[in-house]
Design a protein around this ligand. Structure first.
Ligand code: PRP
Ligand code: URA
Length: 209
């Protein structure tokens, strides 16, 4: 079954409080999501494999370490996932970025896919799917299916906030996908919003309503 990691670093938790606050405006919200994404990238890459490399320092020869293994692909779920891309790219600048466009039908809460564009070398990459919110789990579930259908084999899911309902869906549908969160909240309300959550992530990031 997928592991669930709640990244409890004090900087992540502190910034998340301001992200949740309804009095935080668009500009600050965007900056905070960017900062937390970079901090989460630091944690989610903790298990990247290393290999030894021999180099010359100005003083002597030294055997040091570099990252080995597959390259990374980031896949934000449009649109709110876009707010997390730049923060992650600051730490993983060589990552390629694919996009999966999905929105939740407000009546049925079912995800509707409208765009998929992934790096061409899918088999050579480990993927991190990113979206601030894991609510019913429908969108992330669909995005992961989309990636797997196209040949992705190693996938992690990174979200700011999840509801237990969404985590359960991913664990059932994708037991191979580990989940990285800044917070695991209480539940969903009748409209599929996460309680306490942060409201509508896309609207708060882009200033729409
Ligand atoms: C939000 C959010 C997730 C989805 C989560 O996107 O960014 O993609 O809802 O909900 P789920 O787990 O129940 O599927 P939304 O559908 O509002 O689209 P947007 O990013 O274009 O605003
Ligand atoms: N999507 C959001 O943006 N917020 C929620 O609380 C649930 C889904």
């Amino acid at each position: 079954m997928s592991n669930v990691f709640v990244l409890d670093h004090p900087l992540i938790q502190h910034k998340l409080t301001y992200i949740r606050n309804k009095n935080t405006g668009t500009k600050e919200f965007r900056a905070l999501v960017d900062e937390v994404s970079a901090l989460m990238a630091f944690e989610i890459t903790r298990d990247l494999p290393l290999e030894e490399k021999t180099i010359e320092t100005p003083v002597t020869e030294a055997v040091t370490k570099v990252i080995s293994g597959k390259k990374i692909g980031l896949v934000p779920i449009l649109r709110a996932g876009l707010g997390m891309v730049d923060g992650m790219l600051r730490l993983i600048p060589a990552a390629k970025v694919g996009h999966v466009g999905l929105y939740r039908d407000p009546e049925t809460l079912q995800p509707v896919e409208y765009y998929v564009k992934l790096p061409t070398d899918i088999e050579e990459r480990d993927f991190i799917v990113i979206d601030p919110m894991l609510a019913t789990g429908g969108s992330a579930n669909d995005a992961i299916h989309s990636l797997k259908k196209r040949g992705a084999t190693n996938i992690k899911l990174m979200c700011l906030i999840a509801a237990p309902e969404g985590v359960e869906v991913i664990q059932k549908e994708h037991p191979d996908v580990d989940i990285y969160l800044a917070a695991l909240d209480e539940r969903l309300d009748e409209k599929g919003y996460i309680i306490p959550g942060l409201g509508d992530a896309g609207d708060r990031l882009f200033g729409t309503k």
